[in-house]
Write a protein that binds this ligand. Structure first.
Ligand SMILES: Nc1ncnc2c1ncn2[C@@H]1O[C@H](COP(=O)(O)OP(=O)(O)OP(=O)(O)O)[C@@H](O)[C@H]1O
Ligand SMILES: O=P(O)(O)OC[C@@]1(O)O[C@H](CO)[C@@H](O)[C@@H]1O
Length: 308
């Protein structure tokens, strides 16, 4: 079974505004409300690709109820969320105008009793399961929480995927996550560098492998992606051409596509292709990618092996 974890689910409020002007009253052209949070997006895209997963996470208040309702009613995915009595799950604001801008909330406070309940849920994981730890954590938690979860599971031979930034990600590397997916900007932030070409991106991606990660996907939005495989090979792919409608969740879709491709074929190259196609299919769609959209793009993804 695949389990996804979203410590900080959200209602994503997406608006389109023509030529947004800061400091003025702007009016929307269109609005959309979607359940969000990185792990939840991974579960939704896996579901769209015909693969079942169980979303774990923490929800609070009326927004939390609505997140759960939408995932269960709109997608038929059974959630296993822990309810927090105080506060409310965040509403994240995403605006597409001449540029894309986002404001993400902090989220409700998770205490030690909620965490204990969460660890009890983790006890159902078995050898061979996949666990996806994705997204930010509320400020009240320490940034070794993903490390502690992996450590808790270390005897179970669970494949762990981590999509996080900064110390939250760096701390888990010594526990050998199966897959990590920094984007280029996150890679730069982690090493305090500016990366201008693919050769440098690969050098720094390989550092993450030296630090313990098995597979590394480095996403570069419209520029495609680089994949550093656990067998030592490195692949690159351009992104397919298309009109971007909403790139929120493109990275989560890439993670879901990679997992789906790997589960169906155990081929890393196919998993990479599926990752790129699924990421782009989401970027070219108002909502997260559907299977037909992914399959339509799959033939347009051509990876090349990087010789170094
Ligand atoms: N503008 C685009 N055109 C084509 N493909 C795109 C575009 N943006 C994203 N993609 C696809 O999605 C993948 C992941 O995108 P990106 O690098 O933006 O992830 P991310 O930064 O983690 O995104 P997010 O945090 O919004 O989920 C890219 O590697 C590419 O395949
Ligand atoms: O604040 P975080 O947890 O880093 O990111 C949260 C978020 O921006 O990520 C998803 C897209 O990847 C959205 O659904 C959600 O709003």
């Amino acid at each position: 079974m695949i389990y996804t974890v979203t410590f900080n689910p959200s209602i994503d409020y997406l608006v389109h505004v023509d030529h947004f002007k800061i400091g003025e009253v702007n009016r929307t052209n269109s609005e959309k409300i979607l359940p969000g949070g990185k792990g939840i997006n991974v579960s939704i895209v896996l579901n769209n690709l015909g693969i079942k997963s169980i979303p774990f996470g923490f929800i609070a208040g009326f927004t939390g109820q609505e997140i759960k309702r939408r995932i269960e009613d709109d997608f038929g995915i059974q959630t296993h969320f822990i309810k927090i009595e105080n506060g409310y799950s965040r509403i994240n604001f995403k605006m597409k105008s001449d540029e894309e801008s986002e404001v993400n909330g902090n989220g409700p406070e998770i205490n030690k009793y909620h965490l204990n309940e969460f660890y009890q849920k983790l006890d159902c994981l078995e050898v061979g399961d996949i666990l996806v730890l994705s997204g930010s954590i509320p400020k009240c938690l320490s940034n070794d929480i993903y490390y502690r979860i992996m450590d808790y599971l270390k005897d179970k031979e669970v494949k762990v995927v981590v999509d996080a930034t900064g110390d939250l990600l760096l701390k888990v590397l010594e526990l050998n996550p199966f897959l990590i997916k920094p984007n280029k900007h996150e890679l730069e932030e982690m090493f305090h560098v500016k990366l201008f070409d693919k050769k440098d991106i690969i050098i720094y991606g390989k550092k993450l492998q030296d630090m313990g990660a098995k597979n590394i996907l480095i996403s570069m939005a419209g520029e495609g992606a680089i994949y550093i495989c656990e067998n030592g090979k490195v692949y690159m792919s351009d992104a397919p051409e298309g009109i971007v409608k909403n790139s929120v969740g493109a990275g989560d879709s890439m993670v879901a596509g990679f997992i789906a491709g790997y589960m169906k074929t155990e081929s890393y190259v196919h998993a990479f292709r599926m990752g790129v196609a699924t990421g782009s299919a989401s970027a070219f769609s108002e909502e997260l990618a559907r299977e037909s959209e992914v399959l339509n793009l799959l033939n347009e993804v051509h990876e090349v092996e990087y010789e170094y």
